[in-house]
Design a protein around this ligand. Structure first.
Ligand code: PLP
Length: 341
């Protein structure tokens, strides 16, 4: 297969139209078979549930070209499972998990020419999502839904080299106790836009959200989970019912334990502990881990010992090991790598 003529190494993180996307419709209580289509546009009624009451959720994952030339994806079963949780919480019909994985595979296969070659640092981002497509004016779940998967090639995350982030402790909350913080709902992003624009205007890269009930415990940023490294080399990550269960974070904990022999802890993290950590990173599919160099808590600056020029040593090892697994340079735990072709 001939690859598209794209300057892979200089791609950013933006939408690029690819050849095919998968579409399946839910009507009269059942999903149709679904099909790959060419048209990137969605036509829905002006009163569709998604447009009026934000009934939509999504997933984010990637396809990689491995060192030996295969196209693979990483733990798609966990995305399928997580989307099921999101759908249930939003009163949307579940798209069966095995069909979800099948749809992802079909879409990647159909766009194989857009999967960046090994060594470019670029990857094919995959976006499965679902929305209420039929008209609702009274507040209630839609009767009809659309499940779609599209792909878009994205460039290397650390293009100009690694630059540790400066983040601020946020006054605005992300997720209420017993709310929707643990599901991947579009609404969680809509309400975070004001705060991220404000953070950028104030010179910060990201917001650190604390638990909304007590403003005491560290939760996550708008789109990534935290991992911390203690001065004695333990990997610690916040435990909370209101953070989104990141597949990257869960995978990194396994890597820390089973590949690097580190002690790992998932527990509540008080914000007073921040000053004692050696390293801090944000983890998610897009970057794997972005190092944090500085945390600003209302005028108090916490400078991580790992500094503002590179990843801390443990963060770097975690990053290298997980990306090594994804790119096929290191043996993966059973079931982590799904070979597409
Ligand atoms: C998607 C997402 C993450 C990262 O999850 P991954 O599965 O690692 O990509 C973290 N936090 C939020 C709020 C998210 O939406």
């Amino acid at each position: 297969m001939e690859k598209k003529n794209i300057d892979w190494s200089n791609l950013g993180f933006g939408y690029v139209d690819t050849d095919k996307r998968f579409v399946s419709n839910y009507k009269n209580g059942a999903w149709d078979e679904g099909a790959l289509v060419s048209d990137p546009n969605v036509v829905i009624n002006e009163c569709a549930g998604v447009l009026q009451y934000a009934q939509t959720c999504f997933e984010g994952m990637k396809a990689y070209t491995t060192e030996d030339g295969h196209i693979v994806t990483f733990r798609p079963d966990l995305n399928a499972q997580r989307m099921e949780e999101s759908c249930k919480r939003l009163e949307m019909p579940v798209y069966p998990q095995d069909k979800f994985v099948e749809a992802v595979i079909k879409t990647v296969e159909a766009n194989a020419a857009y999967v960046p070659p090994y060594g470019t640092g670029a990857t094919l981002y995959i976006r499965p999502y679902m929305f209420g497509s039929s008209a609702v004016i009274g507040v209630k779940p839609a009767q009809e839904y659309q499940f779609r998967v599209f792909t878009t090639p994205v460039g290397p995350y650390f293009k100009g080299g690694v630059k540790p982030l400066t983040i601020r402790v946020s006054d605005i909350d992300r997720a209420a106790p017993n709310g929707t913080g643990h599901i991947k709902a579009g609404l969680n992003y809509a309400m975070s836009l004001y705060n991220i624009v404000d953070a950028h205007n104030q010179g910060f890269d990201e917001n650190m959200y604390l638990d909304a009930a007590t403003k005491t415990y560290v939760e996550e940023t708008g789109g990534a989970n935290f991992i911390f490294v203690t001065k004695d080399g333990k990997v610690v990550t916040p435990k909370s019912g209101t953070i989104l269960p990141s597949i990257t974070r869960r995978s990194l904990l396994t890597v820390a334990k089973d590949y690097l022999g580190l002690e790992v802890e998932e527990r509540r993290i008080h914000k007073d502990e921040l000053k004692d950590f050696a390293e801090c990173g944000l983890c998610g599919t897009a970057a794997v881990i972005s190092p944090v160099g500085k945390i600003v808590d209302h005028g108090t600056e916490i400078c991580l010992p790992s500094g503002m020029t590179e990843m801390g040593p443990v963060t770097k090892k975690l990053y290298d090991t997980l990306t090594g697994i994804q790119m096929g340079r290191l043996e993966a735990p059973k079931g982590w790598i799904h070979v597409i072709q």
